[in-house]
Design a protein around this ligand. Structure first.
Ligand code: HEC
Ligand code: HEC
Ligand code: HEC
Ligand code: HEC
Length: 387
């Protein structure tokens, strides 16, 4: 009987843990750029062309992963980075918990910022997507929609997306009326179109939208009724898909494209539910998309049993022995692993001692895959809670 109760308690614990928010969202993910420079990552890495060339340019279109996936990349790097610090006679920096969060938030964000657009391709797209059936640019095109040359305010792709979205239902009526195909926008389409419109307009007002604040975006998500039809965790199915389950690990304008492509369906669903088509002002669209992008920041929960194996196989257990008999403290007793940021920070800060000890024993640096990192965290967090 007791055993059954224990199992039930355990199950409850696991299901409750599953969606607990352990990581606070950064309100300006670009803050981490400062950490990236100050902590010397910039000696070896560039971000979109600026910085060192020993390691790869991190600004290219690549998604590096969730929080602990990124933590594992940094961990595996430590010996090589430490060599660089010594070589350059730079003191090895420590991270505070906030700095660690900002650094990893910044790396997570790189994919989101995307690449600059191509004017030539944008010109082709306006034609091939049928925009010129209704809009005019440089004397070519229709007169149903506003003349792109007369736009005073086009600057960023995000601004265009927001304007398109706000006019979405009206545009759709016209599209139906003229029996045209609804233009879908994928990949770099929006960035290219906006690059072309931008250089073709006579307007010189620069309306720049900041790349977005995920914390504010969470608010926008609620205020604009998105949560009426979408959940953001795997649970409780609503009318629309759960947004944490679809792949949004792409640039801001690609995500905007996905929303745009679904807007005809969404317009219909919203009509049925008597919801007003949401209008976005100021930086709201950018904030909303930043929030959607950050839905993948937090890791899927790891596996406890496998985490224990990692702890043993990677040699942690041999220094961090039970009862504090080893060289290092007994990690099972420390009650310090309430969130993954803390674990990552402590592991970074303790790495030099560990490196010295391993060198003395002629042992290799234990590499950790993302999965192993997630499992290790799960294990340490769980044993900490039990004590
Ligand atoms: C001593 C030079 C050096 C320093 C300093 C350094 N890195 Fe690296 N980094 C590399 C090299 C080289 C690679 C290529 C992969 C490898 O062989 O480890 C890399 C790979 C990476 C990758 C994966 C890139 C990819 O496309 O596969 C990330 C992310 C990364 N580093 C982040 C960081 C961060 C964050 C810092 C600062 C805390 C940092 N690096 C500091 C040299 C460095
Ligand atoms: C069937 C006609 C039609 C097509 C095709 C069309 N639009 Fe529009 N568009 C309109 C109309 C009409 C409006 C103004 C709606 C309103 O007044 O609310 C508009 C508004 C806009 C706006 C907002 C302008 C402003 O005043 O802020 C943008 C941006 C825009 N369209 C971009 C595009 C792009 C890019 C394409 C192609 C991918 C496209 N449109 C295709 C008819 C169309
Ligand atoms: C009235 C219900 C409703 C509301 C309100 C709503 N959506 Fe949707 N949304 C849907 C439905 C239904 C789909 C799936 C449509 C389809 O299959 O094409 C969808 C699809 C999406 C998708 C694409 C998912 C995929 O599979 O690629 C995104 C992203 C999205 N919505 C975001 C939002 C955001 C952000 C808001 C708030 C501004 C919002 N939705 C408001 C019903 C809604
Ligand atoms: C060669 C011995 C050794 C190995 C192997 C080792 N550690 Fe450590 N670790 C230490 C020592 C010694 C300390 C305490 C010194 C210090 O504060 O830096 C420590 C401290 C720590 C701390 C900080 C504890 C605190 O509260 O400050 C963490 C977290 C940690 N280790 C995690 C790990 C993990 C995870 C592994 C396996 C991937 C590991 N260690 C492998 C020797 C080791």
């Amino acid at each position: 009987m007791r055993c059954i109760i224990n199992i039930i308690v355990l199950l409850l614990l696991f299901s409750a843990c599953h969606f607990a928010q352990e990581i606070t969202l950064p309100s300006n993910p670009l803050d981490g750029r400062i950490v990236f420079e100050e902590k010397g990552c910039i000696y070896c890495h560039s971000v979109s062309g600026y910085g060192g060339t020993v390691g790869p340019d991190l600004g290219r279109n690549q998604y590096y992963g969730s929080f602990l996936q990124l933590a594992s990349i940094i961990w595996n790097h430590i010996p090589e980075m430490d060599r660089k610090y010594r070589e350059k006679k730079i003191p090895r920096p420590n991270f505070t918990q906030d700095e660690m969060l900002n650094l990893i938030g910044f790396l997570y964000y790189l994919r989101y910022l995307g690449e600059p657009g191509s004017v030539a391709n944008g010109k082709k797209l306006l034609d091939s997507k049928g925009c010129l059936n209704c809009h005019n640019i440089s004397g070519k095109g229709g007169i149903v929609g506003p003349d792109f040359n007369k736009m005073q305010q086009f600057a960023s792709p995000l601004y265009i997306v927001q304007a398109m979205w706000n006019h979405g239902p009206a545009m759709q009526e016209e599209i139906k009326k003229y029996n045209l195909k609804y233009p879908t926008l994928i990949g770099q389409d929006i960035v290219d179109i906006s690059a072309y419109i931008q250089q073709a307009t006579q307007g010189n007002t620069e309306i720049r939208m900041s790349p977005g604040n995920p914390v504010k975006g969470k608010q926008v998500f609620q205020n604009k009724n998105c949560q009426k039809c979408h959940s953001v965790s795997g649970e409780n199915r609503k009318l629309g898909p759960s947004l944490s389950e679809i792949n949004l690990k792409m640039s801001v304008t690609e995500i905007a494209g996905i929303m745009w492509n679904h807007s005809p369906d969404m317009i219909e669903y919203m009509k049925k539910q008597s919801l007003k088509w949401p209008q976005f002002q100021g930086n709201e669209m950018a904030d909303l998309i930043a929030y959607l992008y950050f839905l993948g920041f937090e890791d899927e929960p790891g596996n406890l049993i496998e985490g224990e194996s990692v702890f043993i196989d990677k040699g942690c257990a041999s220094c961090h022995e039970e009862g504090g008999k080893g060289i290092g403290p007994d990690l099972r007793k420390m009650k310090r692993f309430g969130n993954p940021i803390k674990l990552t920070q402590l592991m970074w800060n303790h790495a030099p001692q560990m490196e010295d000890l391993l060198l003395a024993q002629n042992e290799e640096w234990p590499q950790l895959t993302a999965k192993q990192m997630q499992n290790l965290y799960k294990y340490l967090k769980s044993v900490n809670q039990k004590k």
